[in-house]
Write a protein that binds this ligand. Structure first.
Ligand SMILES: [Zn+2]
Length: 312
């Protein structure tokens, strides 16, 4: 095992009960195929499985996988019942804190998190801690049983603060023992993860958000309602198909539906913006990301109109 330190790191993480999957050697990106290039064989025989569902603690699978290549170790936080607070470093000299954190000597995520602890009269949490390749920190906590937490990004004004992200359901971290761009991830505090402190849980508990945040569906329906029964039925039909497709085929379905509507757009019967809005709403409700949806819709509409788009 000494000859394969990444296999050892993978087995160590799995031995703690953490579900892991391979990242491309030297990188922080999954080494598993994506939904759009799924061979529909092996673990995907019954439909595509993404990294979160393929993450495992099975030593046999891990031995087999890590015998192929020196993969980095990805740790799927949700299925591992972990919430990881990611304290990042500035990316360049002009990556400085926004107004809220300015003028307090704050230069990185660690400083912001220290300020948060102070604001809430809490100590710096004593828990499993990893130094990241770029010199930031990952603080590992066990997830609460009361609430399902998803990722948060400090940059977008949600979550905890500037350079303070969290990885939970739908998220992964690079596990210790991995090396990204020649910089190792190392354990700096080796102790079982502490439960997520109540004050952090309070800050991270999602507030109810309106469904379908991307588009004003009523406005889209009102516009489509003026287009004539045939076009309206086609839009509704394609949007329904997309919404009802499961994880394995959503992107392909979205592309096919966009291509179908693209033919109507090409005839001038349906404004492209209305087709895009209806499919974007359906696609994001089916669980696809907005950027992926927009790319696939644009490609599908182009294909339907006679162009050469393909699934994203
Ligand atoms: Zn697959």
């Amino acid at each position: 095992m000494t000859g394969n330190p990444l296999l050892a790191a993978a087995l160590r993480a799995a031995g703690r009960g953490w579900r892991i999957f391979p990242l491309a050697p030297g990188s922080k990106y999954p080494a598993l195929h994506g939904e759009s290039d799924c061979p529909r064989t092996g673990p995907c025989a019954d439909g595509h499985l993404g990294w979160e569902r393929r993450a495992t603690t099975d030593p046999q699978v891990i031995h087999r996988t890590w015998s192929h290549a020196p993969y980095n170790v990805g740790l799927a936080c949700g299925p591992s019942n972990l919430v990881v607070v990611d304290l990042d470093m500035p990316k360049h000299a002009r990556d400085t804190p926004p107004q809220q954190w300015a003028g307090q000597g704050i230069t990185d995520g660690r400083d912001v998190f220290a300020a948060l602890c102070e604001q809430h009269s809490q100590p710096w949490p004593q828990t499993f801690e990893v130094r990241t390749g770029r010199g930031g920190a990952h603080l590992y906590f066990t997830a609460p049983t009361s609430t399902v937490l998803r990722n948060t990004t400090g940059e977008k004004g949600q979550g905890l603060g500037w350079k303070v992200d969290t990885r939970a359901g739908g998220g992964y971290v690079v596990a210790p023992g991995s090396t990204v761009n020649h910089h190792p991830y190392t354990v700096v505090h080796d102790t079982p993860p502490a439960p997520l402190p109540a004050w952090l849980l309070g800050l991270l508990t999602p507030r109810p958000a309106p469904a379908g945040v991307v588009v004003d569906v009523a406005a889209v329906r009102a516009r489509i309602g003026r287009l004539g029964a045939y076009v309206e039925a086609a839009v509704t039909r394609e949007a329904d198909k997309v919404r009802e497709t499961g994880e394995g085929g959503r992107n392909d379905r979205l592309f096919a539906s966009a291509a179908a509507l693209g033919r109507l757009v090409a005839t001038g019967a349906l404004p492209e913006q209305d087709a895009t809005d209806a499919l974007l709403d359906a696609g994001t409700r089916a669980g696809l990301g907005e950027a992926e949806c927009r790319r696939t819709i644009a490609n599908g509409l182009a294909r339907g109109a006679g162009g050469v788009g393909r699934a994203a």
